[in-house]
Unconditional design. Structure first.
Length: 171
């Protein structure tokens, strides 16, 4: 069963990655960079100052969510130690250099879904937009060749779970 899941994950990875193999993927790199974290801080600070009703609670809930997510993410990466595609597939080159050694879970995807879940909770009218953006962040990580699809699913699950935990504690 595990072997079948791995083969499906690998096949989906190749299918997606090959969509950018011969193309100029600058837009995918840019999209991925929107998930680097700077935008989250600016957004949270902006809401803190501009939204007297929810801004402060959103800000503190986001701080707690990231404080909960980061150690879980690090423990999972160090425990699971799943090799990235560029390290596990012979003669494979990703479009970018990965930010760390291991791939499971995707940190960019975890952070994007964490923020999307918080934004959707506090500002429901943006739910479709922010979840679409978070999904594109995850997709970009596969298109760039630094994550397998299952890494992205694990990252999304981690981000959503830590958001709901934080919301249940502060929201």
């Amino acid at each position: 069963m595990v072997n079948m899941i791995y083969r499906l994950d690998l096949a989906l990875f190749y299918w997606l990655f090959n969509k950018t193999a011969d193309a100029n993927c600058q837009w995918v790199k840019y999209l991925s960079k929107t998930g680097d974290g700077h935008l989250y801080l600016l957004l949270a600070l902006g809401l803190f100052w501009l939204d007297p009703m929810h801004g402060a609670v959103f800000f503190y809930t986001a701080l707690l969510a990231y404080a909960l997510e980061l150690p879980v993410y690090v423990v999972l990466k160090k425990t699971l130690q799943r090799q990235r595609p560029c390290d596990s597939i012979l003669n494979f080159n990703a479009h970018i250099s990965p930010s760390d050694k291991f791939s499971l879970p995707s940190g960019h995807t975890a952070a994007a879904f964490l923020m999307a879940t918080l934004l959707a909770n506090f500002y429901p009218t943006v739910a479709v937009l922010v979840y679409s953006w978070a999904s594109l962040i995850g997709l970009s990580r596969v298109l760039l060749g630094v994550h397998y699809p299952s890494d992205v699913l694990a990252g999304a699950s981690l981000g959503i779970a830590m958001s709901y935990l934080s919301i249940s504690m502060l929201g």
